[in-house]
Design a binder for this molecule. Structure first.
Ligand SMILES: [Zn+2]
Length: 120
């Protein structure tokens, strides 16, 4: 039976399932560069949930040999790039031309290859 009660703050999925989704997102992003919207369509969860998973993945990944690369959002009209944003989510408006045609940030996971050859 499916749970229909979608609380605003309560996570609707048990943690076990979240772990699976995170693992799934991690695996997919190692092969593809995707926006949160792509992922939300694919995983059938809300974009907001995708961002929460991505935040978690970003934090946990810092300790490992993989890391989440964020390709910043860009204004479709004037090409302004939202580089300074620390947030993962998509900005609403361009501060330069006030257009709301914003290309969303894209996400990809790259492995960090550690060289221990002593290059300097
Ligand atoms: Zn703009």
């Amino acid at each position: 039976m499916s749970e229909m009660g979608k609380g605003r703050k309560e996570p609707s999925l048990p943690i076990e399932r979240c772990e699976t989704i995170r693992q799934y997102i991690s695996a997919v992003l190692q092969e593809h560069t995707l926006s949160a919207k792509d992922m939300s369509t694919y995983l059938r969860i809300s974009e907001k949930d995708v961002y929460e998973h991505l935040e978690h993945i970003r934090k946990t990944m810092n300790k490992g040999s993989y890391h989440l690369v964020v390709i910043p959002a860009r204004c479709e009209r004037c090409d302004f790039v939202f580089r300074k944003r620390g947030k993962l989510s998509r900005p609403g408006k361009c501060p330069i031309c006030h257009s709301s045609l914003i290309l969303p940030p894209l996400f990809v996971i790259r492995s960090i290859v550690r060289r221990e050859t002593g290059e300097n």
